[in-house]
Ligand binder design. Structure first.
Ligand SMILES: Cc1ncc(COP(=O)(O)O)c(C=O)c1O
Length: 479
């Protein structure tokens, strides 16, 4: 195959310019295309035969062409694609409104032989995998495989989420119904929608510190201004919550009253009531992220939403950590006009959640074996949590376990003030141990260095090995 070459006059140019010109031509030509002969190139480019020879030599060394003696020179098959220059996009995009990391360290994909303490999602041994597989197969055979779901979600699944909350709702509180529920493709998208629809760009949002990194990222992307409220192993101090809401004028407070990520804190009933009263008196919303509802270990969840009589609580519940991360199904429950605001935002963003996933999720949580699974999960999480805590106590004397959590999936460790977290993560990763550096969980500067260790990954028997690697890496830093 012979391809024509458009030749500008290069008589005064160097070999490099000719090589660059021919590389562009080769990049656009199909594999096996025949280059013009050396004589033709000499003539068409207006350069000397020696210059053409040198250029061909370089292209050959780059693996872009092959010469078949007596036949000609051809574009080599399987040549490396030349790197594309996307420089024009810099001008078109301008600077970003907010600069946030595109990927949390918790989402790193690591090799199967690594000890993964960094990720937030449970390994398959902790999931009702068989139940999920059967449910997906059944859903695939059902009508939902070829149907559009209503925008708010499948009514039966809306009702299931409503009943879960209504079952615990106090006498006197208006019952939650399926209409109050909007099904989400994971609660992360619910956070983004709520921050956009309820708070809005430039407006303040009170938030615990530390708190879930994904909420910080979603808030930044929505352009809301975060107002941190310090929290510890008992949750935030109600007086501080009141003070921050008063001073900042924030009309919403994002919090995790149950087994918080990362601290593991569970608010006492008194604290929960006090904070709900404050939110009510300030005519504000509490955005209650009940992410670990199914992950109780020594305690049961007690959602504040069950005490809400006037629509102050916007409640989020997810199934991605207890049913399967592959079935991205969660729900937001809100009452009054705020529900419609969130619904409008979600409809513009995701339109609806795959009915196939909703059908499968509903099938899983409707089975009698779902409850049995949750019981087993509780025991397994307890064993893992305790073993990891023991391993840390034995091999990482520098670390302070802030709270042995009564639920959730994480241990939150405070480290010596001088710890270089980036170096610690690099050094442990070099020993195939992956941890999450705590700074991602702080909306502002972290008061002290922390790491989060997740105890729901594969191979818990390797916790001592992981803890030793962390201890050694800290010692190497002089901590
Ligand atoms: C506190 C909290 N909220 C929300 C999410 C997001 O969960 P989902 O998988 O439902 O998007 C997570 C995930 O780690 C979380 O920890």
């Amino acid at each position: 195959m012979r391809v024509a070459l458009l030749c500008p006059d290069m008589s005064n140019d160097s070999t490099e310019r000719i090589v660059a010109h021919l590389r562009a031509w080769i990049a656009a030509a199909p594999a096996g295309a025949r280059l013009p002969s050396s004589r033709a190139l000499t003539r068409e480019l207006g350069v000397s035969p020696v210059t053409v020879q040198k250029a061909m030599h370089q292209l050959n060394a780059l693996g872009l062409i092959e010469t078949r003696p007596g036949v000609g020179t051809f574009v080599r098959a399987g040549r490396p694609p030349s790197p594309v220059d996307f420089g024009w996009q810099t001008g078109a995009l301008g600077t970003p409104r907010v600069r946030i990391p595109s990927l949390s360290s918790t989402q790193q994909v690591v090799s199967p032989d690594a000890i993964a303490l960094h990720s937030g999602y449970p390994t398959r041994e902790l999931l009702p995998t068989k139940l999920v597989q059967t449910a997906i197969a059944r859903a695939a055979r059902s009508a939902s495989a070829a149907a559009r779901s209503p925008a708010g979600g499948l009514p039966e699944l809306q009702t299931w989420f409503a009943n879960e909350l209504a079952g615990a709702t106090l006498a006197g509180a208006p019952p939650v119904t399926g209409r109050d529920v909007i099904i989400l493709p994971g609660s992360q998208s619910g956070l983004s929608s709520i921050f956009r629809a309820v708070v809005g760009p430039g407006q303040p949002l009170a938030i615990e510190s530390p708190t879930y990194w994904g909420a910080i990222v979603a808030a930044a992307q929505a352009g809301v201004v975060l107002v941190p409220i310090p929290t510890g192993s008992d949750g935030p101090n109600p007086e501080t919550v009141d003070d921050v809401l008063r001073r900042s004028g924030a009309r919403a407070f994002y919090a995790q009253p149950t087994f918080a990520n990362p601290t593991g804190a569970q608010w006492s009933p008194e604290r929960s009531r006090a904070i709900l009263d404050i939110v009510r008196n300030r005519r504000a919303f509490l955005i209650e992220d009940d992410w670990a509802h199914d992950l109780g270990i020594d305690a049961d969840p007690a959602p504040i939403a069950t005490h809400d009589t006037e629509g102050h609580v916007i409640y989020l519940r997810s199934l991605t950590k207890s049913v399967s991360p592959a079935l991205r199904v969660a729900a937001v429950i809100a009452r009054g006009p705020v529900r419609d605001r969130i619904f409008t935002d979600l409809a513009a963003e995701t339109m609806y959640v795959s009915g196939l996933l909703q059908t499968a999720a509903l099938e899983v949580v409707s089975q009698p074996s779902w409850r049995a699974h949750l019981k087993r999960l509780r025991m397994e999480l307890r064993t893992r949590r305790d073993f990891l805590a023991e391993s840390v106590a034995e091999h990482v004397p520098q670390a302070h376990i802030e709270n042995v959590p009564a639920g959730g999936l994480n241990l939150w460790l405070r480290l010596p003030q001088a710890t270089d977290l980036a170096r610690l993560s690099r050094d442990t990763a070099a020993h195939n141990v992956f941890i999450a550096a705590g700074d991602e969980w702080f909306p502002a500067e972290a008061a002290s260095p922390h790491i989060r260790l997740n105890f729901s990954g594969p191979e818990p028997e390797r916790y001592p090995e992981a803890a030793r690697a962390i201890g050694v890496a800290l010692t190497a830093q002089g901590c």
